[in-house]
Design a protein around this ligand. Sequence first.
Ligand code: 5GP
Length: 120
Amino acid sequence: PPSSEYTPTIFDRIINKEIPSTVVYEDDKVLAFRDIAPQAPVHILIIPKVRDGLTGLSKAEERHFEILGRLLHTAKLVAKQEGLDDGFRIVINDGPKGCQSVYHIHVHLLGGRQMDWPPG
Ligand code: 5GP
């Protein structure tokens, strides 16, 4: 779990290009890059460039409404870019019970195979 909203994560180093990642989309507010341990043929993480207290979705406030919308809209754009025309899955893990491991909010975009429901 996070020690505080100020504790840096590995994603800061990805945003700052201090460690390499395969970026598939970038604008002034969001970054999308391939997950290092893909759980599907397409597995992309979409993150805000500025965390602003959003360690996870459970910390969302009204000031985050715009960035939350942008994250989801970017997921849709990247799904299209990746050719996921038959469907895809969006996941936001939150907290220990949600299997969150990086405390900088991120949307998982998964696709390229048949998904199961319910998830484990
Ligand atoms: P969470 O478990 O917090 O929902 O998702 C964190 C994700 O970040 C995991 O799927 C993990 O594979 C991915 N990840 C962790 N470290 C790195 C890294 O250094 N580079 C990339 N591209 N992905 C990472």
